[in-house]
Design a protein around this ligand. Sequence first.
Ligand code: GLN
Length: 544
Amino acid sequence: MATDTKDPIPPHKTFDTILVLDFGSQYSHLITRRLRELNVYSEMLPCTQKLAELGWTPKGVILSGGPYSVYWDDAPHVDQAVFELNVPILGICYGLQEIAWHFGKNVLAGEKREYGHANLKVERHGDGEVGGHVDKLFKGLEDDMEVWMSHGDKLSHLPEGFVTVATTANAPFAGMANKDKPLYGIQFHPEVTHTKRGKELLKNFAVDICQARTDWTMGKFVDQEIARIRALVGEKGQVIGAVSGGVDSTVAAKLMQEAIGERFHAVLVDNGVLRLNEAQQVKKTLTAGLGINLTVVDASERFLGRLKGVTDDPEKKRKIIGNTFIEVFQETAKEIAAKAAGTPNAGEIEWLLQGTLYPDVIESISFKGPSATIKTHHNVGGLLEGMHLKLIEPLRELFKDEVRELGTNLGIPEDLVWRHPFPGPGIAIRILGEVTPEQVRIAREADNIFIEEIKAAGLYRKISQAFAALLPVKAVGVMGDKRVHDQVIALRAVETSDFMTADWYPFDGEFLKRVSRRIVNEVNGVCRVVYDITSKPPGTIEME
Ligand code: GLN
């Protein structure tokens, strides 16, 4: 990872932390998310983490699910020191099997795989000879619970020292607890929403059993993050960073401004393919609204000049825009550095702001993932090569919904906090075919009408991403009794929770009629409007 800097105030030193050790399940990160939704701070690390190298003590540990079988020769196993940590442990699915393996190797392949919903029966033991703590995991939950399963292996028998706390028809050891220590295992997945009261179960573990404080709030995070930024950059340090008007870069920029004021230099590059009036609007919000020290560079002519005549390969557009961006940003950075050098009490610009989020961090450390390569934003990767800057990533602990909450806390307008994602190459990749100033005008105006209508219909937050694209074809129409031969606009709107898969949005006919009428009437050069009804997969969200 590019951060070669020591973190002076890591959140796990400030907040009670539940450590999730990841065995590669596709749901591992959801455990961390659910805990944070409960205001309990949680971090995820790969299952291979050596506890002696951790440098801090978690309030509790959760062992995640995973695709392996514990009895395989090359199966991953947790550092056995975890059982000596003297903190509560909860094993989920593979994690349960891992605990059973540690206490007696009694795990084997089941005859039947169990995948999907299952009815769980909770077994309570009362305060009798095993002690009330074994009931704590299911405290307050019904005796019959709907849970979600995904496993093929099973426990042959209960390990020594454990009691059964839950069963299903198929899994006689769907839940177990140790008689002497706060050690629990469950075969189902409480982190997925299909397990109806899974979040309450996680709360029982984190808050009741581990006694973690529920103080992970964005308000508290802001204070700690500002202190961390100040400690990192020091009394005189200066930071530069690109902003786009998107929620991540704006929130990151606002945090920097709160922490170091004018010593943070935001740069907005107008590449000529932003949305209608976007550069002006972002400038207004960031400077007048949020007080951020912003330089806007109008480089539209340079970008559009280089895009001229590029008709064949969409990748070429992306490369031209990416490379030109790096060039313009570096030139601007030099100018800003030269000016800043004269400022009293300011040092050199040594830092580059990046809006990395926790999912990127998780992806880079995930047990199944490519071990240490973080997915670097194309532009930033290029910037780092040329500029010898250290990275500062104030959002690297946060999930997207936390960034939005933080944005609202920092007084960033709703409009911006909920803005749909917008690609780096902008509407250049929504203009299929050659990008010319005239095509940019058409695509922009059509897009603006579409988004205006979506907002007016109260659908903007329901839809994950929407835009108008300009198709490189002409169709015949009749306008004002005259035959016209004009271009075609394609509307695209999708709903998705993770942008990996997406469904097209089912607008009602009246809505589409209204948008189509407005675009044909108001945008010169368009005589037809079509609606894209391709899901992802097989389509992508953007068109190029
Ligand atoms: N591979 C193990 C099994 O099939 C664990 C599965 C899981 O953790 N989801 O039982």
